[in-house]
Design a protein around this ligand. Structure first.
Ligand code: PLP
Length: 239
């Protein structure tokens, strides 16, 4: 193996151990939790190595970087997840490669995604990004809709052609009552997810937890963890 492949394999093994241990501690079967590797800022060659190492889910947060990378990796058996704040002028590109968008947070975006998905002949799974720093205000600091807006948005996704409600996503907040309390934040997300599933039973994905807090997310009940730096290394710039 190349040096880079060995490094990625070692990092993946360490992350796999952490997920397994967290599942065991929570009394959950390991297969309840899917690892999504966040490849933002890293090259297509790394995505290729990850696929060779068995990774099947990758995520990106900027369409400008993701679109060429996904095109370069279109021969690989990967599901691409879009996890960044999304502008409506980017959706036409995003629906071409992303099977799932984790950052749906407003009605206008639902409309735009639906139109683009229909035009592309694709079905896109939509996760609603919940802003837990925005219990009272409408929008979160880093995107996301306040918990009170989830239900209307889920109904809009369910009614939109080309889209299906897939679940919820959150990022542990840096501000507000949940700042520094990822476990409490993820427990709150699970409550909201339970309500969502009552209305939309198929919307059962709970995307929570990153390199620093995946254990808290698995303990709370997350079905998908999004891990970047623990697999690929600390990113050279914010992304
Ligand atoms: C970058 C990013 C991640 C991964 O973060 P790490 O700390 O590198 O694991 C997860 N989710 C979102 C939305 C991201 O932007």
């Amino acid at each position: 193996m190349t040096d880079r492949k060995t490094q990625l394999a070692d990092n993946l093994a360490r992350v796999e151990e952490r997920i397994s241990a967290a599942c065991a501690a929570a009394g959950r079967p390991r297969e309840d939790v899917t690892l999504i590797v966040v490849t933002k800022t890293y090259p297509a060659s790394d995505v290729r190595l990850l696929a060779e190492l068995g990774v099947r889910h990758v995520a990106e947060n900027r369409d400008q970087d993701a679109a060429p990378k996904a095109a370069a990796c279109s021969d690989l058996p990967l599901t691409w997840h879009f996890v960044g704040q999304l502008q409506t002028n980017k959706v036409r590109s995003v629906v071409n490669y992303a099977g799932l968008v984790h950052s749906v947070d407003r009605a206008r975006l639902v409309t735009a995604l639906s139109k683009a998905a229909v035009e592309a002949g694709r079905e896109v799974g939509c996760l609603i990004q919940v802003a837990l720093d925005a219990e009272t205000t409408e929008r979160g600091e880093r995107g996301g809709v306040a918990p009170g807006g989830v239900s209307d948005l889920a109904d809009a996704i369910a009614e939109a052609e080309g889209l299906r409600p897939a679940g919820l996503m959150t990022v542990a907040p840096l501000a507000g009552p949940y700042a520094g309390r990822p476990r409490a934040a993820f427990d709150r997300l699970m409550e909201i997810a339970t309500h969502l599933r009552a209305a939309h039973p198929a919307a059962n994905m709970v995307s929570a937890g990153m390199s620093a807090d995946l254990e808290d997310a698995v303990a709370a009940g997350a079905t998908h963890v999004r891990v970047g730096s623990a697999v690929l290394g600390v990113r050279p710039r914010l992304g």
